[in-house]
Design a protein around this ligand. Structure first.
Ligand code: FAD
Ligand code: 2HG
Ligand code: ZN
Length: 462
């Protein structure tokens, strides 16, 4: 579909008002190119509804005209799932950003899908509570987008991913009907679980408009450490020990050599410890009483594994260590448009994978580099492939790395989702029967295939 009937566009406009029905390329550009710059398209109209009922009206009009929709939150997704690639209309949830009063007794909150993570964290913190998922895109990513991608981030080792935080959901289905189940009951076995189904559905089954989130007591006593290692094997062994010995463990992140060198150049600061090391862990402990001693003991327990250690106890020192981890994605973008691979390996295969990947890549594309880092506590490695001199890396490299992951029994998408970038690789992890079940769920909830039609399911199986 290239041009929409003008009368349909007028109908959309009359629902949201002309200020929120954008058509000028200058105004739509920020919505139609993804964060990485790798995926871009065009949309005949970007619509910004004020609430769930306006959003439902838009979906009804689109459904009866057979028009496809891409839902979008903060547009920080990294797999090309949030942008229109085939002239779909785009529905932005950014105006659905209300945070209802925190339910202190239940330790829960209901928020609009368009509320950013930072806004939700700030809101919860006023009652001494915290959101269980945290990630570096916090100022822009939205709760709806985080649920739709089942975002992971830095605290999965403690609280699990986004799916574990969602107790209830409100969403608009493909016919414009609204489902709403926001009571937040901890036990509620009354049939199919919509939060579970919509978490990780990437806008293909419904458009989330509100969510009831589980909150956690805010842990204000914190300590961070950076630990340098000679090898990926040592970093993996240390991570297993820290997970066993540290009840207050809040994050175990890893930075491998290429990533450390790149980020230190980007932020204009020297590598804090172990200039010749191969891997660095960034560890955080958090508790209601000072966990510094507990961390120091656990690091002592690592014996001769670490090459060097730096500890940050106050806010500034902790932030100084964390910036080496949090600025990597930004640093990579300054070197070209990467192909972002995001994989999980079982602990016993992780070091082998990290050690083998550089050679595997250079066999295929001599100029390509792998920048690796991630959430080691969850076995999650981000492999960013950069081409020679800023050129796009060869697609065959992605193919080889993802086949290797599958061969080692890992997942080709740990936390970013499938989007358009990985859909042709889904068969590496999902059997024909599973894909058939996926297609059955999709056609039951979206029989005309209008919700984010270019993501998740491989093209031929739609
Ligand atoms: P968008 O990018 O707008 O959309 C993502 C997907 O969700 C799309 O398929 C879209 O159609 C769908 N969607 C969005 N809103 C809705 C809705 N209301 N209803 C239905 N479908 C919807 N991800 C991690 O998991 N862990 C990290 O540590 C992490 N760190 C990041 C750091 C940086 C610097 C950046 C740029 C990204 C990072 N990401 C990370 C990726 C990204 O932030 C997450 O995927 C996030 O969950 C996307 O939220 P969003 O609101 O930006 O969604
Ligand atoms: C992170 O953990 C994000 O920082 C982004 O998931 C990963 O840039 C990436 O590949
Ligand atoms: Zn990540």
């Amino acid at each position: 579909m290239t041009k929409l009937d003008k009368s349909v566009l007028r109908e959309f406009e009359s629902i949201v008002g002309s200020n929120h029905a954008l058509q000028e390329p200058d105004l739509t550009a920020g919505y139609t190119t993804d964060w990485t710059g790798r995926f871009a398209g065009e949309s005949p109209m970007v619509l910004r509804p004020a609430d769930a009922s306006q959003l439902a009206e838009l979906v009804k009009v689109a459904a009866s005209a057979g028009i496809s929709i891409v839902p979008q939150g903060g547009n920080t997704g990294l797999v090309g799932g949030s942008v229109p690639l085939d002239q779909e209309i785009l529905i932005s949830t950014l105006r659905l950003d209300q945070c209802e009063p925190v339910d202190v007794l239940a330790q829960q909150v209901t928020v609009g899908a368009g509320a950013t993570l930072t806004k939700t964290q700030t809101h919860a913190s006023r009652q001494g509570l915290d959101v269980g998922v945290d990630l570096a895109a916090r100022d822009s990513c939205t709760i709806g987008g985080m649920i739709a991608t089942n975002a992971g981030g830095i605290n999965v080792v403690r609280y699990g991913a986004m799916r574990e935080q969602v107790l209830g959901i409100e969403a608009v289905l493909s016919d414009g009907s609204i489902i709403s189940h926001l009571e937040g009951l901890e036990k509620d076995n009354t049939g199919y679980n919509f939060p579970g189904l919509l978490a990780g559905s990437e806008g293909t089954l419904g458009i989330i408009t509100k969510a009831r989130l589980r909150l956690h007591p805010q842990l204000t006593e914190r300590c961070s450490a950076m630990i340098a290692f000679n090898s990926a094997d040592d970093a993996v062994a240390a991570t297993a020990q820290l997970r066993r010995s540290l009840p207050s463990l809040h994050a175990v992140e890893v930075i491998f050599k290429e990533a450390m060198h790149l980020v230190s150049q980007h932020i204009g600061a020297s590598i804090p410890i172990g200039a010749d090391a191969h891997a660095w862990l960034v560890v955080e402990v958090a508790a209601s009483t000072d966990p510094t001693e507990e961390l120091a003991k656990a690091i002592d327990g690592l014996g001769s594994l670490p090459l060097d250690v730096a500890v940050g106890t106050d806010t500034a020192a902790r932030a100084n260590l964390w910036r080496y981890r949090e600025k990597i994605t930004e640093a990579i973008s300054t070197r070209g448009t990467p192909h972002k691979l995001d994989v999980t390996l079982g602990a016993s295969r992780l070091a082998e994978f990290v050690n083998e990947v550089p050679a595997l890549i250079s066999q295929i594309d001599e100029g390509a580099t792998a920048v690796m880092f991630g959430h080691l506590g969850d076995g999650n490695v981000h492999v960013n492939i950069l081409g020679a001199m800023g050129s796009e890396p060869n697609d065959k490299v992605d193919d080889a790395v993802l086949h290797y992951v599958a061969h080692l029994g890992g997942s080709i998408s740990a936390e970013h989702g499938i989007g358009t970038a990985k859909k042709e690789f889904l068969h590496l992890n999902r059997s024909e029967s599973e894909l058939a079940a996926f297609r059955a769920i999709k056609s039951a909830l979206d029989p005309n295939g209008i919700l984010n039609p270019n993501v998740l399911l491989p093209t031929e199986s739609l």
